[in-house]
Design a protein around this ligand. Structure first.
Ligand SMILES: [Cu+2]
Length: 161
């Protein structure tokens, strides 16, 4: 039991040593929290770009309603060749996480089917907190293996009355 545990709240509020011992950790914690919630200014938020090695053009279509924290939702992925032809029969694996927090996705999203030529359904997506998330795709298709990374920022819910 820490020795100051028996002291009255009054003696703590007078700024005696036991209280001031907490000041430095609290300051560090505050700084860490501020850094957590701020995505980099130059983050590429484009939802359509070439895959890492340029084999494909990948377009991510988010759900019509902005994904809210802790809500399962689905995206569509449109895969085409650099000249714009839909890429059929691809296998796409999904990974991701929060680079600033060092954790992955809370679920294991799957690309379940090709809903139209070159358009794939990614189900089981969930963001468990606000902030910067990376979505990483590993693509296997006729023109070879490639990867693509997208960034998305989940905003805190709007204040409502
Ligand atoms: Cu996080």
């Amino acid at each position: 039991m820490p020795r100051f545990a028996r002291r009255s709240p009054l003696s703590k509020s007078l700024g005696e040593t036991p209280m001031s011992r907490h000041l430095i950790p609290m300051a560090l914690l505050t700084t860490a929290l501020a850094a957590c919630g701020t995505p980099p200014q130059d983050l590429d938020l484009s939802l359509r770009h070439a895959s890492t090695q340029g084999r494909y053009v990948v377009q991510m279509d988010p759900p019509a309603a902005r994904p809210a924290v802790n809500q399962m939702h689905a995206w569509q992925i449109k895969l085409s060749s650099p000249d714009g032809a839909p890429v059929r029969n691809a296998r796409i694996a999904v990974d991701g996480g929060m680079p600033q927090h060092g954790h992955g996705l809370p679920t294991r999203p799957q690309v379940t089917r090709e809903v139209a030529e070159g358009t794939y359904l990614m189900e089981g997506m969930k963001f468990s907190m606000t902030g910067w998330w990376e979505i990483k795709l590993a693509i296997q298709a006729t023109d070879g293996a490639d990867t693509a990374v997208f960034n998305t920022v989940i905003d805190p819910p709007a204040v409502t009355r």
